[in-house]
Design a protein around this ligand. Structure first.
Ligand SMILES: Cc1ncc(COP(=O)(O)O)c(C=O)c1O
Length: 400
């Protein structure tokens, strides 16, 4: 055992504890839902999960997983191109493409993997990749990896600043190919990308637009089909990536959706496809049932939208200033990381589980309680949450 290694790690952990930024794990002993059983706490109201549509414990989604387990067994035992491709993968990928409005799709064990494998699979030396400053960490790592592997040129444009984007595209007009990466919904802000404008910029500069819609799939648009549906531009984004781990059942998994030639290229070249086992069939079956559920129950998406609007207004009336937005992510800015973490602990004492996010996830001084609303919340749940946040805000001196 290398003791120096262990004591170095321990001092890093001690420093996090001393600064009040150490993350403790809470254990749930019941399905993910509006209210859960938390070990050592009893019943707790969840205001922090990506279970936007409440499908984690939806009976048809759970049953599809059980049926999938019985039909296909516990795992794939292989990567896709060897012997790990099951018929349920094909069914799921057809449903995903139909749902998000693309020709084809390819599933992965996570959206992290989908994103990470994508850039390096489609760029070469001489190409130019540009990314919004607030894009998700998986996109940032994907571009870093692509740069290291292919020596492509990369840049970051200021968050949602199209002038900056255009300027950098012009400066790289000699590149063989240009790729623009954006989140559909920016997860720490709850804001939506300026998609119609981005589509136009991509057209004007002969660029490929890639959008990670992880917080929008099942959430935005009348039928939950995502950011493109929200803006009425379904079918106009070159490539959409997203997760199966949020609104679509919340288990795990992700996908890349786009032209069939892209998905085939990923089968041939994407390293997470080539070197890592396929999505477990049980999870694929539950995700497929989630998509079918949303297609049959658009009212669930409407409930989510109404709940989010109600909460945003109620928390504002309670005296907080949440960041503006039209998504179920409602961030309440607290300021210092330690204060946000302390408030989230105080809220847990009130039976509300909402995570405080601070540096390095968000910039210094903008630590926040990120409230995430679900269609599974009742008005009583949300009303209780608002009253508890107000009480804790006053106690913590954040709300005068
Ligand atoms: C925008 C975005 N992309 C990708 C991911 C990764 O999703 P997954 O859990 O499927 O790896 C997340 C999850 O936090 C996310 O918010």
């Amino acid at each position: 055992m290398n003791q120096t290694f262990i004591s170095d790690l321990q001092s890093g952990l001690d420093a996090l504890k001393a600064s009040g930024t150490y993350k403790k794990l809470n254990h749930l002993a019941s399905p993910q839902a509006a209210r859960v059983q938390m070990e050592g706490r009893g019943e707790v109201l969840i205001l922090s999960s990506n279970n936007y549509l409440g499908l984690c414990d939806e009976p048809s989604v759970v049953q599809a997983g059980i049926d999938g387990l019985k039909k296909f067994g516990a795992g794939t035992g292989s990567v896709r191109f060897i012997c790990g491709t099951f018929t349920v993968h094909r069914e799921l990928e057809t449903a995903i493409a139909r749902f998000v409005g693309t020709e084809a799709s390819m599933s992965y064990v996570s959206a992290w993997n989908a994103n990470e494998g994508l850039t390096a699979s489609v760029v070469e030396e001489g190409d130019f990749v540009i990314s919004d400053a607030l894009n998700h960490a998986s996109i940032i790592d994907s571009i870093r990896l692509a740069k290291a592997i292919t020596k492509c040129t990369t840049a970051v444009y200021k968050h949602s600043d199209l002038d900056d984007l255009v300027e950098k595209l012009k400066a790289n007009k000699g590149a063989k190919r240009r790729l623009i990466w954006t989140d559909g919904v920016f997860s720490m802000e709850g804001s939506i990308a300026k998609l119609p404008e981005l589509i136009q910029v991509a057209k004007d500069h002969d660029a490929v637009l890639i959008m990670d819609d992880s917080h929008a799939t099942g959430v935005l648009g009348e039928l939950g089909r995502g950011t493109a549906e929200h803006f009425g531009v379904l079918g106009e984004v070159d490539v959409i990536t997203s997760t199966l781990g949020k609104a679509l059942g919340g288990a795990a998994g992700g996908f890349v959706a786009g032209p069939a030639a892209l998905c085939d290229t990923l089968t041939q070249r994407s390293r997470p496809q080539l070197f890592s086992n396929a999505l477990p069939p049980t999870v694929a079956a539950s995700a497929l049932a989630s998509i079918e559920f949303i297609e049959a129950h658009p009212e669930r998406v409407r409930t989510l939208r109404e709940n989010a609007a109600w909460f945003r207004q109620a928390i504002t009336e309670a005296g907080f200033k949440p960041l503006d937005g039209a998504t179920p992510i409602v961030p309440i800015i607290i300021g210092e990381t330690a204060d946000a973490i302390k408030m989230s602990e105080m809220l847990l004492d009130e039976g509300i589980f909402v995570t405080g996010f601070g540096f390095p996830v968000v910039p210094h001084g903008t630590a926040r309680l990120r409230c995430q609303i679900s269609a599974a919340h009742t008005r009583e749940d949300l009303d209780y949450a608002v009253r508890a946040i107000k009480k804790v805000g006053q106690k913590a001196g954040v709300l005068k």
